[in-house]
Design a protein around this ligand. Structure first.
Ligand code: CTP
Length: 395
């Protein structure tokens, strides 16, 4: 499973750094290509020469090596996964706070690949609220935490905080990559972001959707091997690699883009906040300020979700969202029924941390068989994992 996988191993200053040597050996043996980035402090614990020899590549430590600039952006793009093992308390804190004072942190901040960490520290440090907060923070960024083990610690004490054994880390990476491929051969349409409905050439009616939820779903689908077509309204998120992007402005353009591809899709997840109404006759020239009031005549847009549900074939799964402010469950269930969707994902603006613009969400999924799945407040990345696990139980 690791054959040909590119693993960027970050090593930080911890007694457990000696285990990195075993880790590299196991990864290389499993067929992975390994490159190593070390923090300056980690060199007190294990020599770069050892890790360079085992990984068969030069080990990088500084932003400048041999008078040339180490390209941190390319390293994070080269890798399929950045694995920081061991992760010290200090580097964890730097990661949580966006510090960038060494190459490892620069690579971390610019990495577009998945990031997994294997923390290593003494039990009291592990249990300290600031450590636990930092872990929560980096997992809200979408980073994966490989659980620590209980056992004898460097302090001589016994307890929690020991870095997972190299074999355990390799198993974790193996199952991480195998999870990825479960949607191979499937094509999924995802919509994201708001739509803008023109009033005149410079103004529009829009909404506050950031697109983060739809983009996170698209990323998770891609990780599991699906071909993803992401139809997005105007958002401030850079385009992810490996996803077919279709950018649209209005509800009508989003409708066109969706019907163009839906027949070839196995599923559609409609996370966009599509305008329900558009301006009936947008002005062709900028409207000048004249009267005390201005009346805009709005007309209904086509409900894309409802339309796709009306034409879907039995093998196709269509999933809608319901963003509600009141009578949440009743409204979500009404939408499930009225639109004939397979699933409706409810998020309530009443839950703090859920809804537009945030990095977190709290959802309840309803299915047409009467199933109801309630989830805690989580990062939008983790929420997408829950959504995909629910819709594709075998993935
Ligand atoms: N939706 C759509 N096309 C529209 C409006 C909504 O595809 N023209 C989809 C959204 O992408 C979402 C679901 O329908 O998946 C529910 O959107 P929402 O705005 O919550 O529901 P509406 O049906 O528009 O109802 P209301 O605004 O009255 O709550």
């Amino acid at each position: 499973m690791l054959k040909g996988k590119k693993v960027l191993l970050g090593v930080t200053g911890s007694i457990a750094a000696y285990k990195s040597a075993f880790l590299i050996r196991l990864l290389v043996k499993a067929g992975a290509e390994v490159r190593v980035v070390m923090t300056p402090a980690s060199r007190d614990f294990i020599s770069p020469l050892t890790l360079a020899t085992l990984s068969k590549h030069e080990v990088l430590t500084g932003l400048f090596e041999n008078d040339s600039w180490a390209n941190h952006v390319m390293l994070g793009r080269w890798a399929d996964i950045m694995l920081i093992a061991p992760l010290s308390c200090n580097t964890l804190s730097d990661m949580a706070n966006g510090k960038c004072n060494n190459l490892l942190l620069a690579v971390y901040l610019s990495a577009t690949c998945e990031v997994a960490v294997a923390p290593a520290m003494d039990e009291d440090m592990w249990l300290h609220p600031s450590t636990q907060n930092n872990l929560k923070k980096i997992s809200s960024f979408g980073n994966h935490i490989i659980p620590v083990e209980e056992g004898e610690l460097a302090s001589g004490l016994y307890g929690k905080g020991r870095m997972a054994a190299p074999e355990g880390i390799v198993n974790w990476i193996n199952s991480f990559f195998s999870r990825k491929q479960t949607l191979l051969g499937k094509t999924v349409l995802v919509t994201a972001g708001p739509t803008y409905e023109a009033i005149d050439p410079v103004r529009f009616v829009g909404n506050r959707s950031s697109g983060k939820m739809g983009f996170a779903i698209a990323e998770e689908l891609k990780k599991r091997g699906a071909k993803v077509i992401l139809v997005s309204g105007p958002v401030n998120i850079s385009s992810p690699s490996g996803i077919d992007m279709v950018f649209v402005q209005s509800a009508a353009e989003m409708y066109e883009a969706c019907i163009n591809v839906f027949a070839s899709c196995d599923a559609a997840i409609m996370a966009a906040a599509v305008a329900d109404y558009r301006v009936k006759t947008p002005a062709t020239e900028k409207i000048k300020k004249k009267d005390e009031s201005l009346v805009l005549h709005l007309e209904k847009t086509t409900d894309i979700l409802q339309y796709l549900c009306s034409v879907k074939k039995p093998h196709q799964i269509v999933v809608g969202f319901a963003l509600e402010t009141n009578d949440e469950e009743a409204n979500a269930l009404k939408k499930l029924k009225a639109k004939h969707a397979d699933y409706i994902i409810l998020n309530s603006l009443g839950d703090s941390g859920a809804g537009f613009g945030t990095d977190t969400n709290k959802i309840t999924i309803f299915d047409k068989q009467g199933g109801r799945f309630v989830f805690d407040l989580k990062s939008k990345q983790e929420v997408s994992v829950d959504i995909i696990n629910t819709i594709f139980p075998d993935a």
